[in-house]
Design a protein around this ligand. Sequence first.
Ligand code: ADE
Length: 250
Amino acid sequence: MKRLGIMAALPQELGDLIAQMQAAGEVRTVALGRREYYVGEAHGVPSVVTLARIGKVAAAATASALIHVFEADAIVFTGVAGGLRADVQVGDIVVADALMQHDLDASPLFPRYEVPLLDRARFDADRALSDALAAAADAFIAEEGATVAERFAVAAPRMRRGLVASGDRFIASHEALFALRDALPDALAVEMEGAAIAQVCYEHDVPCAVVRTISDTADAAAPASFAEFLTAIAATYSSGILSRFLRAAG
Ligand code: ADE
């Protein structure tokens, strides 16, 4: 890997990564398209780190810049997501095996969910990167899971791997949650960026992986749970997972 692209949507989802890079060595800051890109070393790995903001367009534009302007040859996304199943609870970690856009519908011209003219709805995450992220998540849980659970009053965290559904919609009602569950029974989590990045990476043959901590269960309590999780805990998870992932890669 020559240079890893590391993305999150919001600052809390990146944890202390940029501060850690700046404390450890020289970091070049480049402003482009209303974003800042931090180019340097993250835990010994040559990296470019940025915040995409929320949604599929923001994520796709940022992934494209990472690849074409900053020459990232792999991309990792970290952030929070809504849990879609009873066995995916607040505080759990989901590493995507595959990603799809739950709000994409060009039917009857193309099958529901299929990305027109790409012949596919689902995009695989890179296996090696995802294995490494899953190992980092497992290590974080083994070493810090009990402390995190006690400090933030969440159940003992678990790591899950599977399908992640993305769309330009914050899911926050039983109706929307059950509709999504019915439509995509194998989806573990819902968020607003991952499948857009996976599509851009697929089109450019760049490996990518997505790790998400569950901030809410995509129901009526989701807005409050999301806000609280983001403020209080998201950074602890992202820093804990990313630092282990990067140290193992470096
Ligand atoms: N990200 C975190 N929680 C989410 C939700 N409930 N819907 C969409 N994206 C999310």
